[in-house]
Design a protein around this ligand. Structure first.
Ligand code: NAD
Ligand code: ZN
Length: 379
């Protein structure tokens, strides 16, 4: 089969790989029909996630058709069209039982933090991802969800990560009616977080990014106020002024390690993000949220980054919440929101690229070329 193949930082290509096989009675094999590239894949692509092995296939946002099932799979049948949450989750462990599917213990028993994730290095269990024609889906009774009849496949594929992650970002912010919510990052995740902030009763939503086309998009889509931080001397002061010197009630970090990297990029020529030692969005969030406010972190950082201005965090009495998204926990209500038009995720997809051209798609998305917001690969 054809599959994306990681060759080292900045290098991916399309290759022939062996067909995946059922390894466990609860496995399914899914024939992929759509597979997105995520901002999280860029951390892998840039070589900044430990134990990302050459030869691995990325891809944790995919939908497809069930091709084969193991003898203990009873929730799916061959031919079902499914959307597959990005978390690999057993459904039975201590964490899954609490709805923390992103922290499943069984699917990644050697890790202390994250659960299993498709196509996300050996730190997330070493599972092959879905940027391929076929993929093995473990615990097939738990994650895969039959796509409701009539749902647009572009909406379905965004329900595997972007929609739940944007929603969980807003949820973790504990937004109260009337709150001013600041979102750092207008990638797919930040855009969706801004839109979802309204569902929790935000009174005002303000987004920062550096790309005009993304700011323009989020202004219309969320809708919200959106500013280019490159045109602002001091975003913290700017936010204070906008909020009568109180600060925002909630700040959402939908950037992660990228901001940390920009400083070092010029030195090494590559985005060596996780060693950079400061994270702009994280600093801005802590310094511009009001005293007693909440920071919600969905941006991905390296496992042991130490980027928090802890003095200000402590002295301001802040609360910080973060996690990998528990997709399955949120799916029922989010499927409903998509079906009744409250959310319209497919509007984010700007690029439809044949799987064969995966290297081009990574380049375009990574460099933010051609007004790219979200690319989807079509095998
Ligand atoms: P993306 O790369 O498309 O978007 C990131 C955006 O942040 C870019 O538009 C960039 O210009 C902007 N940015 C960079 N520095 C900034 C700063 N200092 N202030 C404001 N904006 C800044 O990525 P995406 O797909 O939207 O993902 C965003 C983050 O969310 C990534 O770190 C990704 O790994 C993470 N993520 C987390 C989860 C989860 O489960 N927690 C799921 C999906 C993605
Ligand atoms: Zn993703």
């Amino acid at each position: 089969m054809l599959a994306m193949n990681y060759r080292g930082p900045g290098r991916v290509r399309i290759d022939h790989k062996p067909m995946p096989e059922i390894k466990h009675p609860e496995d399914a094999i899914v024939r992929v029909t759509r597979s997105c590239i995520c901002g999280s894949d860029l951390h892998l692509y840039n070589g900044n996630v430990p134990d990302t092995r050459v030869g691995s296939t990325f891809g944790h946002e995919f939908i497809g058709v069930v091709e084969e099932i193991g003898p203990e799979v009873h929730k799916l049948k061959v031919g079902d069209q499914v959307l597959v949450p990005f978390n690999v989750a057993c459904g039975k462990c201590h964490f899954c039982q609490q709805g923390m599917f992103g922290n499943c213990h069984e699917s990644n028993p050697e890790a202390t933090a994250v659960g299993g994730i498709f196509g996300y290095s050996h730190t997330a269990g070493g599972y092959d991802g879905g940027q391929a024609e076929f993929v093995r889906v473990p615990y097939a009774n738990v994650g895969p969800t039959v796509i409701p009849p009539g749902m647009d496949p572009d909406d379905a594929v965004l329900l595997t990560d972007v929609v739940p992650t944007g929603y969980q970002a807003a949820e973790m912010g504990g937004i109260q009616p009337g709150d001013t919510v600041v979102v750092f990052g207008a990638g797919p995740v930040g855009i969706m977080a801004a839109r979802c902030a309204w569902l929790f009763g935000a009174g005002r939503v303000i987004v920062f990014d550096q790309y005009e086309y993304r700011l323009e998009f989020v202004r219309n889509y969320a809708p919200c106020e959106a500013y280019n931080f490159k045109e602002i001397d001091d975003p913290v002061l700017f936010i204070k002024k906008m909020t009568d010197w109180m600060g925002a009630d909630v700040c959402i970090d939908a950037v992660g390690a990228e901001a940390a990297g920009s400083a070092l990029q010029t030195i090494t020529g590559r985005k060596t993000l996780l060693q950079a030692g400061s994270a702009t969005a994280m600093h801005w969030a802590i310094n511009s949220v009001k005293k007693g406010g909440i920071i919600s972190v969905v941006g991905v950082y390296g496992p042991t980054d130490n980027l928090i201005p802890i003095g200000n965090f402590m002295n301001k009495g802040l609360t910080m919440r973060g996690n990998q998204t528990s997709v399955k926990r949120l799916l029922p209500r989010l499927i409903e929101h998509v079906q009744n038009g409250v959310l319209n995720p497919r509007a984010l997809i700007t690029h439809r690229v044949p799987l064969e051209d995966v290297a081009d798609a990574y380049h375009i998305f990574s460099e933010k070329l051609d007004n790219c917001i979200k690319p989807v690969l079509i095998p």
